[in-house]
Design a protein around this ligand. Structure first.
Ligand code: P6P
Length: 335
């Protein structure tokens, strides 16, 4: 039973046995993410003060300008995860291919793989808008004692053992699930500890916030256009409001607390949508479902999609269950 204001460390120890793979390794893994998030948070919070923002002059596999903080965050999470000798492989939005982590005894006995978007929404950094880290954890499926391989990363979202995000906002929060509900921890930067501030987070079944980039409206499928118009009609029943930060973690986090729906649909410009299945949609879908919400591509449950490549993109609709189901109804009836 979680107690408000428990530290993250106390919470992990108290709930260690509830995790079906309880062997302490996952706890060490969550702890390493906790540490890396503190280090990244420090840099994000001073980004405006030092010349660390702005494009690093390089571009990642997505063809997007790589912000220096993207590079920094990627390096910090990889370093921290590698040091803990629990992970056999890491896939990152900022890395073209997955990274093989050799166990210290060099015989590949580490059980977990981590997929990560080290700094999502990084284009917001230069304008001081919140950004986030998203992570997804699986047990490897190839034999221990062998180097990790692509099959270990191309698993359905339903096989995740843990997932979470860090939101670097007005306060820094770590929100995660190991399949037994969703809990949110707020960082006290003065002492560097996270405290359980949001136990058992749940999406309200309904909400009145819709989050989508309406600049792409003309390129959306008819069903999405009709759903957006449905949100805008005001028959006195639906005083919806539009809120879109341009940072998935922030829009998702607000919608989980207040009730709402986030959509990044396919469009003529992005026929598969923009968000990546493995390290954005699957972890957020796991959290959403654990918080009584829903996540689909408009037709299929996100966590049932069989991945085929590391950086594949899918259309993403996620949030309050009744809102997602209404959007799916418009997609089903109109394409
Ligand atoms: P657009 C950030 O790049 C991101 O992956 C999400 O965090 C965000 O919701 C979306 O893309 C914003 O994309 O095309 O609306 O600027």
């Amino acid at each position: 039973m979680s107690k408000r204001n428990q530290t993250l460390g106390e919470f992990i120890i108290e709930n260690q046995t509830s995790f079906k793979y309880s062997s302490g390794e996952l706890s060490k893994l969550i702890n390493s993410i906790r540490l890396a998030a503190k280090v990244v948070n420090h840099e994000v919070n001073k980004a405006g003060l030092v010349d660390i923002i702005g494009a690093a002059g390089d571009t990642n596999i997505q063809g997007e300008d790589q912000q220096k903080l993207d590079v920094y965050a990627n390096e910090k999470f990889i370093q921290t995860l590698t040091k803990r000798n629990i992970v056999c492989g890491i896939a990152s939005e900022e890395e073209d291919d997955f990274i093989t982590i050799n166990s210290q005894d060099e015989n590949h006995q580490n059980k977990y793989v981590v997929l990560i978007d080290p700094l999502d929404g990084s284009s917001n950094i230069d304008v001081n808008v919140s950004v986030g880290t998203i992570f997804s954890i699986y047990r490897r499926v190839t034999p221990l004692g062998t180097p990790v391989s692509i099959e270990d990363f191309l698993q359905k979202g339903s096989a995740q053992v843990a997932a979470g995000y860090v939101v670097y906002g007005t306060s820094t929060m770590l929100v995660y699930t190991t399949g037994d509900g969703v809990n949110g921890f707020t960082l006290n930067p003065a002492i560097g500890s996270y405290y359980l501030s949001h136990p058992n987070m749940q999406f309200p079944e309904d909400g009145n916030i819709y989050s989508v980039n309406e600049g792409n409206y003309l390129d959306f499928p008819v069903g999405i256009k009709k759903y957006i118009k449905y949100c805008q009609e005001d028959d006195g029943e639906r005083p919806y409001t539009s809120r879109y930060i341009g940072s998935l973690v922030s829009d998702f986090h607000r919608n989980m607390i207040k009730g709402g729906i986030y959509m990044y649909p396919k469009s003529t410009k992005n026929p598969k949508g923009k968000l990546r299945l493995l390290y954005e949609c699957n972890p957020m879908a796991f959290i959403a479902e654990q918080a009584n919400g829903k996540a689909s591509d408009g037709v299929n449950r996100i966590m049932d999609i069989e991945p085929t490549e590391l950086h594949e993109r899918v259309p993403f609709i996620c949030g309050s269950k009744n809102m997602v189901e209404k959007a799916e109804e418009f997609v089903r009836n109109n394409g």
